[in-house]
Design a protein around this ligand. Structure first.
Ligand SMILES: [Fe+2]
Length: 382
C-alpha cells in the first residue's frame, strides 16, 4: 500500500508529522473511496513555509527572436490569428501559457495597413512598444498613437484594436496580460466587436494629451473607471521624470530610481490587476539584493547590464525580456560607466497589495532570520 503522510513528514511542532501505520493507510483508503482525504497527509506540501514558485528566472534575447517575430508576418495574417504573437513560455509554467507566475507576455508584430480585429476580454492588457513607426491603438473609442518605448494600457472589458498606419513601418511591441490569473480565478471572458475595427469617437490622442502634465488634471474631469485615464505614457516624459528625480534624490539601494505608472485620479496603479514602473540605474550602479512576493516581467528600455536572479546571472541589452518569479532574490547591475540603464517592468503588484499578500525581505534580513533558526523574516515577527 502506498505511503501517504510520511511523504510530507516534518519533525517540527506545529507542522504535520504523522507516521504511516497499517491502520492509518487503511483509513486513508476509506476516505479516498468517498472523495475525501486527511489534511495532515498534504498540509506541509500545500502550506509551505514560504512561497515556492514553479516559475523559473528566464531571459529572452531580442536579437534571437526578432527575425522569427518578423517572419510570423509572412506566415500568418492578423485576421487569421486574431493576434499574431510569439509568446514567452516559462519552462516551469508551460501548462498555463505564463511567462512568470500568473502573467502572460509575448511579442506582437504588425505591418503597415494591418490591424487586429477589435475585441474585449476580462484579462487586462498592456503594451511596451519596441520598434517601428505609425502604431496606434483604439481603446473604447479613444485612438492613441504609439511610439517606441511608449507604455500603453488596454484595461479589462474595454473594446480594443491595434494597427499600423498605411504610411508607417512594421512594428513590434511587447504585450502583457493577466490571462493565467483570470483563468485560475475562473473569470475569463472574450468577446468580438461587431465590426472589424472601432471608429474613433474622440479627438486623436485625447486621453494622453489631456493628462500630459504631472501634478495637474483636467478641471471637471468625470472619470469613474478603475484604470488610468492617461492610457499612454511616453518614454520621454518618464525618462525626464527619472532624470529630474536624480537631481534631488540619491535613490534607493534596492532599486535605484523608480517611477510608477499611475492612475492620476487616485494615485494608484494603472489597472486593477496589473501595474508598471520604469527603473533607472545610474552609471555603473548596482542594486542590493532583496526579494518580494508578486511576479515581475522586465524589458530593457535602455542600456546594457546584467541581473542576478535566484543566484543565476542574466546578461541583458536593450529590448531583452526577463522575468523574476515571486520570492526570488535579485540584483540589477548597469555595466555602462558613462550612461544610465532603464528597465521597464510590469507586474501583479495591484493584486498582491489589494489582497494583503505583499511581503518583502532584504538579503540582510534573510541572513538575520537564518541565524535565529527561521526560514525567512516572515517568521518570528511581532
Ligand atoms: Fe486583447
Amino acid at each position: 500500500m502506498e505511503k501517504k503522510a510520511e511523504d510530507n513528514f516534518e519533525d517540527q511542532y506545529g507542522r504535520a508529522g504523522v507516521r504511516d501505520t497499517p491502520q492509518l493507510l487503511e483509513y486513508y483508503s476509506k476516505l479516498k473511496a468517498l472523495n475525501t482525504d486527511a489534511l495532515w497527509t498534504i498540509a506541509n506540501a500545500i502550506e509551505p513555509w514560504e512561497p515556492k514558485p514553479t516559475s523559473i528566472p528566464m531571459l529572452w534575447k531580442y536579437k534571437d527572436l526578432r527575425e522569427l517575430v518578423i517572419q510570423s508576418a509572412d506566415l500568418v495574417k492578423p485576421e487569421e490569428a486574431g493576434r499574431r504573437v510569439v509568446y514567452f513560455a516559462n519552462k516551469g509554467r508551460t501548462e498555463t501559457g505564463a511567462c512568470v507566475g500568473w502573467l502572460y507576455s509575448g511579442l506582437q508584430t504588425m505591418r503597415p495597413g494591418e490591424f487586429t480585429p477589435a475585441h474585449r476580454h476580462m484579462a487586462s492588457a498592456l503594451r511596451f512598444i519596441m520598434e517601428g513607426k505609425g502604431a496606434y491603438t483604439v481603446v473604447n473609442g479613444h485612438k492613441i498613437d504609439l511610439n517606441a518605448r511608449d507604455f500603453v494600457i488596454t484595461p479589462n472589458d474595454c473594446w480594443h484594436d491595434h494597427g499600423v498606419y498605411e504610411d508607417g513601418e512594421q512594428c513590434i511591441w511587447q504585450d502583457g496580460l493577466d490571462i493565467p490569473l483570470m483563468n485560475t480565478l475562473d473569470c475569463n471572458f472574450y468577446d468580438v466587436y461587431p465590426k472589424p475595427a472601432q471608429s474613433a469617437k474622440y479627438p486623436l490622442n485625447d486621453m494622453p494629451l489631456s493628462h500630459a502634465g504631472s501634478g495637474v488634471l483636467p478641471d471637471k474631469l468625470n472619470w469613474e473607471n478603475d484604470y488610468s485615464p492617461i492610457m499612454r505614457f511616453s518614454f520621454e516624459n518618464t525618462y525626464n521624470a527619472l532624470k529630474d528625480l536624480d537631481k534631488v534624490s540619491k535613490g534607493d539601494k534596492y532599486g535605484g530610481h523608480t517611477v510608477r505608472y499611475i492612475n492620476p485620479t487616485n494615485g494608484g496603479h494603472v489597472m486593477p490587476t496589473m501595474g508598471g514602473y520604469m527603473q533607472m540605474l545610474r552609471n555603473s550602479e548596482s542594486t542590493t539584493s532583496y526579494r518580494r512576493t508578486g511576479s515581475y516581467v522586465f524589458q530593457v528600455a535602455k542600456g546594457k547590464g546584467y541581473s542576478i536572479i535566484g543566484g543565476k546571472r542574466f546578461d541583458w541589452e536593450e529590448k531583452d525580456v526577463f522575468v523574476i518569479p515571486s520570492w526570488t532574490f535579485f540584483t540589477h547591475h548597469n555595466l555602462d560607466d558613462n550612461d544610465d540603464a532603464c528597465l521597464f517592468c510590469f507586474n501583479d503588484l495591484p493584486v498582491m497589495e489589494k489582497l494583503g499578500l505583499y511581503f518583502e525581505e532584504s538579503y540582510a534580513e534573510y541572513e538575520e532570520a537564518l541565524k535565529k533558526g527561521y526560514k525567512s523574516s516572515y517568521q518570528g515577527r511581532d
